[in-house]
Every structure is written in C-alpha cells, then in structure tokens.
Design a protein. Sequence first.
Length: 381
Amino acid sequence: MSAEFRETVRAALAEIVLPYADQWERQGRMDRAAWLELGARGLLHAGLTGTDFLCGAIVLEELGRTGYAGVRAAVAVHAFMAAYYLERFATPEQRHYLEDLRAGRLIVGLAISEPEAGSDLRTLTTVARENCDAPTEYLVSGTKSPIANGLDADILITLANTATRPTSNALACSSLLIVDLRDAPVTRTPLPMLGWHSAGLATIEFAEVGVPAGNLLGRRDRAMLHLMAALDFERLAASLLALGGVGHCLELTLAQVRARVIDADPLVARQAIRHRLTALTGELSVLTTYLDRAVRSHAIGELDTYTAATAKLMSTELAAAAARACLQFHGARGYRADAAPARIYRDAAGAILAAGPSELMHELMFTGIDEALNTYGPSPA
C-alpha cells in the first residue's frame, strides 16, 4: 500500500511540479493553478495525525525528492505546518479554512517569525489590540518576516501579543489569530533570499488589520502552549523534506561521478570519491531508520522534543554535506547559478535555519539528554 501510494505521489508531483518548477524559481512563487491541482489530487490533505500521517510522511519525503526546496517549503508550510494549527485548534466555525486549504482554494502561510524575533519569540513586537470602536474585533499591527507563501497567502496563522499591559516576555501573553489578507491593509515586500526562490518569501507589514474575535485560534494568551505542541511536528516535517532532498541529491551526484571522466577514467573509479559517497549514503540509511521511528512515534501521539530536534539536526546537516559533495563533483558546471547542484547547495543552507537553527536543536536535545541515555539502560558496574 505505501509503495503504491508513494508511486502515485511521485507521479503526481512529476506532472504538477517538475515541468514548471524552474519557471516558479524565476518568478519567485508557484502558480495558483498548481495549488488547485495539488488539492484536486489530494496532496494537500495527506494526513497530519494518527496513522494517516504515515501517508503524510510519504508526501513530505516525495516533495523533498523533487529537488526544489522552495516548492517543498511552500507546500509543506501550507498543507502541513499551518494546517496542523488549524487541525489541532480550530473551532467548528473555523474549519472551513481547513477545507479551503486542502482544496487549494486558499493559500496559507505562517506568520510567526519577525525581523528581530526568530528563534527567540520573547521579543515579539506584533500586537493585536482590541478595537475600542468594535469590541468583537482585534487590530493587528507589526511586521512578520520571512514568510513562506507571503507573496500570495490569502490567510496567515499569525502570532501576536495580546497583552493588555506591558510585559518583558511578549510570548507569554501572545495569541494565534487567523488573519484574512484579502483586501486587508498589508504591505507585501518580496525577499531576495539566497535560496528557496519559489517559496513566495516575503516580509508582511500589518497596519491595524481588523481581525474578528472569532478568528482567535486556540486560547487567548496561550500561544506558547500551542507553539510547543506544533513545533515538534514542524521539525519532523522539515526532517522528512530534507530526507527526500538528500536522496535526490545523492542520486544526482552518483550519476555525475559515473558519467564524468578525468584522465580516461570516470570519477567513480577513484577510491576517495567512492568512500565519500558511501559515507553519505550510510548516514542516509541511519537517518531513514531514525525518521521511521519518529514518524511512528508521532502517529501514536508520542513524539517528543528530543526526537524531533535530533531528526531536524541530523537531516538538515546531512543535506548540507550531500549538497557540498554534489557541487564539488559537478565542478564548474555545477557552480553556475542556474545549475541544479548550485540550487541544491543554496537551498540546503536555508533548511538548516528554518524551524530553528542547528545550535537551537542542540540546546533542545540537551534538555532530554538524560532520558535519551537511559533508553539504553544503566551501564554495567
């Protein structure tokens, strides 16, 4: 069943994404028609929780295997990361957003990070204050950046400070809001990032955007709890995207070293090159096994922060190492700005930063280090 589903997903992405991905890279966003087609094929509704996520994990990995991290980021933020907040915390009256998301009728993004508040959200400056003239409405003001799908998003799951008095820790008194950007007073500024060119990355400035009180997602002033519940899933999703990316990258690299000839022999005839590739492939095999365990842990509601952080760290760092090898073995041709190895190399740097950089993953892992070591039982006397 899983093999058949994987082939179906791979074929659909080959039809919907691959013929147009280079164009999307140049224009800085995916076409809206692609979102509708992804929705029609069920790829925006592959499962977020329970055993349904076993299929969702395959979709994430196959998105990674397309080789276009901008596309995979855009789709994953929409169909998995933002959707997870709606799946977990939306009221029955808010569920229509989830239905439109899954159909591709609405493009959705996450507005969590800010220019001066990325991994440390305690310095959050975006505010949502109650409208004195309309008590059933919040007015949202502030700047969010970088936002995947920011150029085209119809709605944003937005983190904002809802405190009624000044506080030194804005996150402790923050809430999540579903902000409808259609006809809203917002300014969208494209972000010329190093990689992820097709992700529609933008800075979004809110100028007292009216948000109905009914669009409060989850409990007021309890966003920190909701973020804690969702960030482990987000890091698992990022790990699966990177896993697929590593597989694609190593396949591309192996084909190159078999085809490229120097001094009458293909590169693969050189022991040092073979050993570098087998080392990377061995790490990929270990990562695949670890992520299989992580996926199954999430499916039964037992994914923990240590596992999610470890998966994210291992997968994105391996993706960067594989990208370096791919670029090196392609030589000058791979270094061209429009070459696949150069794109993969640029994109790998972004994956290390998204959902928390490697340094933060190490810190999160340390909080669970005792339990992780106890998994193996006490040392012999």
